[in-house]
Structures are given as structure tokens and as C-alpha cells.
Write a protein that binds this ligand. Structure first.
Ligand code: SF4
Length: 333
């Protein structure tokens, strides 16, 4: 049983003339205990997917899906209160630019103590106060902050982005979530800090059996740290499967071009090799092409691509393309 199973998620916005499907029938299956990378260029809709899962989109957005299951419970067939209670109990999210997510007017100790659930504390007033403080210290130790006492008495602006992100992770794990959604958790950080944060997430995944949905446009981070990968383009599912399958044999032209660059960089003399890139940019949500949204940029596009390709499965590997690549090896495997 998957931890999270999403089928044909559509997130749309309506104006007086038409409905815009910013996310168009996107699917994602997240295995329990895995790190699942969700990758796509800026503007592909990754954060929108995360917010739809968390129920954080405001009223102007409409969210529909054929299936939205959390541990075999149908989130679409329960009241808003029941759904929010499950999400609050089991799922946490951290964002890019962590210093902006923290309250600039309160010291870290207050912000961490506020998210510690009362079930973790004793009943007596004085006992609770002390235990809350100890618990906050313990959380900062768990995320590897050595100077935790100084950190607790600091305000967010006195900490680096890396430390702020560790504080955000400490707050996120206070409730022992089963799933952590990490939205561009290392964006704009230095490479050593990036590695520290990613190692911390991996450690939490292994030691606490916490699944992670790692959202990023950083292909190297996705390729290095994920077990499974889903690729999104302009709100449409492109391809998904295990990291091994995706890297070894991408079936979608977009995936092939994306991950060719990673292979190039790992080869000798890589710095002299040209980058593989698609011409053009991701279309804005007001000007999405009909059918396969990659069409105007795709080197393999044909007439048929004005129809949205359906999901097809090959060796447990799902792709959405009328003219997939690397199919000639099918008979040899
Ligand atoms: S469906 Fe057509 S346009 Fe879309 S990726 Fe495949 S070949 Fe390219």
C-alpha cells in the first residue's frame, strides 16, 4: 500500500472567460519510507502540487482528483475537518527561503516550543515548562545544531539560511510526521550547506522512517538523494519510476534531455561539453498549449501531439508521450 496515491490531480483557476488547468491530470505514487523526487523547471507547478496535498490553496483554486489516498484512506471522501486533522497529524512541509517562513519578531525558542504537541509533555504546569524547553533543545540537537542554546535565544535574522532551514526541519519533525514535503529546501544555499541539509533529510528518512517528497529544480540533488523520481512539465506528468529506471532508460524525450546533462557532468572533460537544452521556456499558465504541453519545444513533436498523451506503463515505469524514446531496447530486456 503506497503512503500517498494521487491519480489525475487537476488544480484549476477560473476567470470570467475560461478555466485554466495549472495542474492537468497529474499522478504521483509515493512509497512508504522512500525519498521521492519531484522535479521540474520553475513554473512547472511543483509547489502547487505540494500546496494541493497540504490543503494550503486558497478559495480561488479548485482541486479535483480521481484518487487522493493517504494510507488507503480516501481524502476526497471525508469532511474538511477530518482531512485537515490527518494532514496536521501525519504531514509536514518545509519551504524555500526558510528565514521568511519564521516569525521575525519572536526568538527561535518561542517558535519551536509552540509546535511541540502537548501529548509529548507532562501534566503539571512547571513540569511542562521545563519539559518543553528540554524538548526544544532535543529537537535542535537532532537536526545537528551544535550551538543549540545560542540558536534558541536568537531571532531568525541573526541566523544563516542553513541554520534557519535546520530550525524549520526541527519544527517540522516535532510532531513525528510520516511524510515531510521539502519544497526546494536548499535553494540559493552554498554547496556545503546544501549537502548538510540533504544529509540531514536522508538521516531522518533512514532513522525515523520518515518519507520525503523532495521538490526541486536541481537535477543533481534529485539524482543524488531520491529513490524514485517524478518529472513535471507545465503542470503535466512527464514520467515517473525508480531513479535507476529513469536514469538508465528515460522513455520521454524531456526526461532524456534533462538527465543527459547529469551524465555529461560525471564524464571526464565534462566542463568542455555543451549542455543539452530545449529551446524556449516553460509556457506561462495563461498561454498553455493544447495537448502535450511540451509540443512547441519538443524535437519529436508530430500532429498527434495536439492530443494529451495518456499514461503508459513499461516495467513499472510510467511515461506520457505519443513517441517515446529508447523503445528499441524493449525486446532485449
Ligand atoms: S507527446 Fe509529442 S510533443 Fe509530447 S513529448 Fe511526446 S513527442 Fe514530444
Amino acid at each position: 500500500m503506497p503512503l500517498l496515491d494521487i491519480r489525475n490531480l487537476t488544480v484549476s483557476l477560473e476567470n470570467e472567460y475560461r478555466t485554466i488547468n495549472a495542474i492537468d491530470k497529474m499522478s504521483l505514487t509515493l512509497r512508504n519510507g522512500s525519498i521521492h523526487g519531484l522535479v521540474g523547471e520553475s513554473g512547472s507547478g511543483k509547489t502547487l502540487v505540494a500546496k494541493a496535498i497540504m490543503g494550503l490553496l486558497d478559495g480561488e483554486w479548485s482541486v479535483k482528483a480521481d484518487r487522493l489516498f493517504w494510507q488507503d484512506q480516501d481524502l476526497l471522501r471525508m469532511s474538511d475537518e477530518q482531512r485537515q486533522a490527518i494532514i496536521h497529524r501525519d504531514i509536514a512541509m518545509i519551504f524555500q527561503e526558510p528565514s521568511r517562513s519564521l516569525d521575525p519578531t519572536a526568538p527561535i525558542i518561542e517558535q519551536i516550543e509552540e509546535v511541540i504537541p502537548s501529548s509529548e509533555l507532562p501534566n503539571s504546569f512547571w513540569g511542562r515548562r521545563q519539559a518543553r524547553h528540554k524538548h526544544a533543545e532535543g529537537l535542535l540537537k537532532k537536526v545537528g545544531i551544535k550551538s543549540y542554546q545560542r540558536c534558541l535565544s536568537s531571532y531568525p535574522h541573526e541566523l544563516s539560511e542553513g541554520l534557519c532551514q535546520k530550525v524549520m526541519i526541527a519544527m517540522a519533525i516535532a510532531r513525528n510526521p510520516k511524510l515531510l514535503i521539502a519544497d526546494e529546501p536548499t535553494d540559493a544555499m552554498e554547496s556545503t550547506t546544501k549537502v548538510q541539509i540533504m544529509r540531514l533529510l536522508q538521516k531522518l528518512n533512514e532513522s525515523k522512517d520518515m518519507s520525503i517528497l523532495l521538490i526541486s529544480h536541481d537535477l543533481n540533488a534529485i539524482a543524488n538523494w531520491s529513490d524514485d523520481i517524478s518529472i513535471l512539465y507545465a503542470g503535466q506528468s512527464v514520467e515517473s519510476g525508480t531513479k535507476k529506471a529513469i536514469l538508465k532508460r528515460p522513455l520521454h524525450p524531456y526526461t532524456q534531455i534533462l538527465f543527459q546533462n547529469i551524465k555529461k557532468f560525471s564524464e571526464p572533460g565534462a566542463h568542455k561539453s555543451p549542455l543539452f537544452a530545449l529551446e524556449g521556456t516553460t509556457p506561462p499558465v495563461q498561454h498553455l498549449p493544447i495537448g502535450c504541453r511540451l509540443g512547441p519545444r519538443c524535437p519529436k513533436a508530430q500532429k498527434q501531439c495536439v492530443k494529451t498523451p495518456k499514461a503508459k506503463k513499461l516495467h513499472g515505469h510510467i511515461y506520457h508521450c505519443h513517441f517515446p524514446v529508447n523503445m528499441e531496447r524493449k525486446g532485449n530486456e
